[in-house]
Design a protein around this ligand. Structure first.
Ligand code: F6P
Length: 318
């Protein structure tokens, strides 16, 4: 199943799981709409040929959902019944930390074997350097910010660009550095609004013709992107300020080669772990090796932002 916010590369992971099952002669069913479909028994038999030509497609052919009902005991009981009826012996859940939390509870209650594949554009999962979709989303965000830069410098404007990540600043920090942003505001660090004003004043003094401030949805300043823009307009009237919210376009599009390869590797590993009798693990990437971490640890471990990159970003605004 794919669950939670969709991410580019989920289809490539579905394909990989299905093909690995076919290779090892294990029958495979897809569960539609994450835990919602599991509760309703909305399943489809998948063979190697069912997943032709999806490696390059964005979204998820199995669809996705954030299920409220699966948070209840009754919901999980219905889900277990459907698994038994259909003689399903194990599950691969492709999703983010919300989906993994559901998986851990379900395993505790029913001792049902589950392997997780981290799929979210936010990259906020412990136990992997990259989640599926993150690389593609970064490239989408950088491409969009480059375009905004063209119009910003034509009009000598300051743009606030909001990128996704309500709890995580990975997209903001990396896309910000990649697109040459003057300031980057993220949920993990409160860099302070005074600092932003100082930096923008300096940009003007030193002759920059345009400025881009990249803001993660969940920025720590507590102000949303429109309030931030207003704050700068009030304090630095010399700036002509505009706001651009990139939004859900960051979740769509054809996955990058990196995400396709990662999905292929993680899908195979998840099937092989289940065939080895392993459960409650999340597969991930570390130093370009496929590794596994307990799902509980992956949820609890949290994420930390790269301090070196913050420093680089600081130096680049000189
Ligand atoms: O977790 C992925 C993500 O795209 C976040 O970056 C964003 O905050 C959230 O999902 C948006 O969720 P929804 O699509 O439910 O509005």
């Amino acid at each position: 199943m794919t669950s939670g916010g969709d991410a580019p590369g989920m289809n490539a992971a579905i394909r990989s799981v299905v093909r690995a099952c076919a290779y090892y002669r294990v029958s495979c069913v897809g569960i539609y709409r994450g835990y919602e479909g599991l509760i309703e028994g909305d399943f489809i038999e998948l063979t190697a040929r069912s997943v032709n030509n999806i490696i390059n497609k964005g979204g998820t052919v199995l669809k996705s959902a954030r299920s409220q009902e699966f948070r209840t005991k009754e919901g999980r009981a219905k889900a277990f019944e459907h698994l038994q009826e259909n003689e399903i012996e194990a599950m691969v859940v492709i999703g983010g930390d919300g989906s993994f939390t559901g998986a851990v509870i379900f395993n505790e209650e029913y001792n049902f074997p589950i392997i997780g594949i981290p799929g979210t554009i936010d990259n906020d999962i412990f136990g992997t350097s990259h989640t599926l979709g993150y690389d593609t989303a970064l490239n989408t965000a950088v491409e969009a910010i480059d375009k905004i830069r063209d119009t910003a410098s034509s009009h000598n404007r300051l743009f606030f660009v909001e990128v996704m990540g309500r709890d995580a600043g990975f997209i903001a920090l990396n896309a910000g550095v990649g697109a040459g942003a003057e300031e980057i505001l993220i949920p993990e660090e409160d860099l302070g609004l005074d600092r932003m004003l100082e930096s923008l004043k300096k940009s003007r003094r030193t002759g920059k013709s345009s400025s881009i401030v990249v803001v993660a949805e969940g920025d720590k300043s507590g102000k949303n992107v429109y309030e931030l823009a207003q704050y700068v307009e009030e304090n630095l009237p010399e700036y002509d300020v505009r706001v651009s919210v990139l939004g859900h376009m960051q979740r769509g599009g054809s996955p990058s080669c990196f995400d396709r390869v990662l999905a292929s590797r993680l899908g195979v590993k998840s099937v092989e772990l289940l065939l080895d009798g392993k459960t409650n693990l999340m597969v991930g990437l570390k130093d370009n090796e496929v590794i596994s971490t307990s799902i509980a640890e992956a949820i609890k471990g949290g994420h930390s932002i790269n301090q070196e990159l913050l420093r680089v970003s600081d130096i680049m605004t000189t």
